[in-house]
Unconditional design. Sequence first.
Length: 116
Amino acid sequence: MVSGKKKPENDFFALVYEVTKLIPYGRVTSYGAIARYLGSGRSARMVGWALNACHGINDPIPAHRVVNREGLLSGKHHFGSPTLMEQLLINEGIDVEENKVVNFKEKFWDPLIELG
């Protein structure tokens, strides 16, 4: 631990957390988009593992803003409550129906485009 904070598992996890913190309020991205931005396009699953591990970190990571490539809330079972991920998104003005972000393409934030 450094400064009372749990250290990320590895550098890749730390990079995932830094990108995830940049997702704007009211927007979502996908595991694959983060992986592509980090130069590891085939590592979407590893991004998911990193976000699953972030729940014990004191520095808040908005993992609820990361969904699968179709807008499905595929990581919702990692939030302690089956409805917490959806509720966090709804609180940010994102409509969710049947565990899927409504207007996913409109709400999608692509780090490759937004961060260059």
